[in-house]
Design a protein around this ligand. Structure first.
Ligand code: AMP
Ligand code: MN
Ligand code: MN
Ligand code: MN
Length: 288
């Protein structure tokens, strides 16, 4: 298939990375550095997709423009669907859209209070000072996330690495996890669509949904106007790629590709280093 941005390149070698994080949420590098690193890694088109925040987009776009890398606006919205936390990506939307910005601000405002509750729960199992400790890692305190708690718990010697911290403390059923009211699926898709963007399900392979629940979720997402799912993701196994490639075709979803890079030394997959999308799928970037 030909790529719509460069007629001489097949889409298989057009290197799009449409999912990554900066210090505006829980990434380790400032937005401008994320864009610089992407360009150095050979990314042709980048979307910065911070959690519930669009503040890094201007700085990333400025670098992208200067080095001649295509850039699209992105955001990763935290939603709750049947008590599960799910992430919906917004891509190529108008960053000045007022309802989208108001919706994101509402999600952010709940995060500090949630962090205090997480800290109180952790204190009950003998882990003290977690709120202050996690806050030291949060360059943007409004975007305090479990990733910041994880980094502090590793620093405090509670667990040896992030992976074991999440398993032991920060996932449902564990002492540092508290339920939280995020946006609804309908809100997130509506905000993105009304801002002229494309809504994509982030890393569908990560959710603890049965096969029939996943089908119900994807059906609802499509009925609401959702257009895409991530097929290539830094958190997908080869089996996930096969399963979600098939589901993308079956549901008529565009396919996205994103590393979900959070920082050097922390993420398994660096910017732009995922395998290309499998053949036979329609890349989401053809719709931008
Ligand atoms: P939150 O939005 O505060 O619920 O935090 C979710 C973030 O925690 C994700 O975006 C990841 O950055 C991080 N995270 C979630 N699960 C894991 C895991 N198993 N290992 C490492 N980081 C994780
Ligand atoms: Mn994150
Ligand atoms: Mn995510
Ligand atoms: Mn992410």
């Amino acid at each position: 298939m030909r790529c719509s941005f460069c007629p001489f390149l097949s889409s298989a070698v057009f290197n799009c990375d449409l999912h990554c994080h900066s210090t505006c949420s829980d990434g380790l590098l400032p937005a401008a550095e994320v864009a610089r690193r992407a360009a150095a890694n050979g990314v042709d088109m980048l979307a910065l997709t911070d959690h519930d925040d669009v503040d890094g987009l201007a700085a990333a776009r400025e670098v992208a423009d200067a080095v001649g890398m295509a850039f699209v606006n992105g955001v990763e919205i935290s939603i709750e669907w049947e008590r599960l936390q799910i992430h919906v990506l917004g891509l190529a939307f108008d960053v000045a859209d007022a309802p989208l910005n108001a919706g994101l601000a509402a999600i952010r405002s709940g995060r500090i209070e949630r962090a205090r509750r997480m800290s109180a729960e952790l204190a009950l199992v003998g882990v003290g000072g977690a709120f202050e400790g996690a806050m030291r890692y949060a360059a943007n305190p409004n975007l305090i996330s479990r990733a910041h708690f994880g980094r502090y718990l590793v620093e405090a010697g509670v667990c040896k690495d992030l992976r074991s911290v999440f398993e032991a403390y920060l996932v449902p059923g564990r002492p540092g996890y508290v339920d939280h009211r995020w946006a609804t699926l309908g809100d997130s898709v509506r905000w993105i669509l009304d801002a002229g963007g494309i809504a994509a399900v982030a890393h569908p392979g990560r959710y603890k949904l049965t096969r029939s629940e996943m089908r119900r979720f994807l059906g609802e997402f499509k009925d609401l106007g959702g257009q895409a799912i991530e097929v290539m993701s830094g958190s997908h196994t080869p089996e996930h790629v096969a399963v979600y490639g098939r589901l993308a075709k079956e549901y008529g979803f565009l396919a996205s590709r994103g590393s979900d890079f959070h920082g050097p030394g922390e993420s398994y997959v660096d910017l732009g280093q995922l395998a290309p999308l499998p053949d036979g799928l329609t890349p989401v970037w053809e719709a931008f």
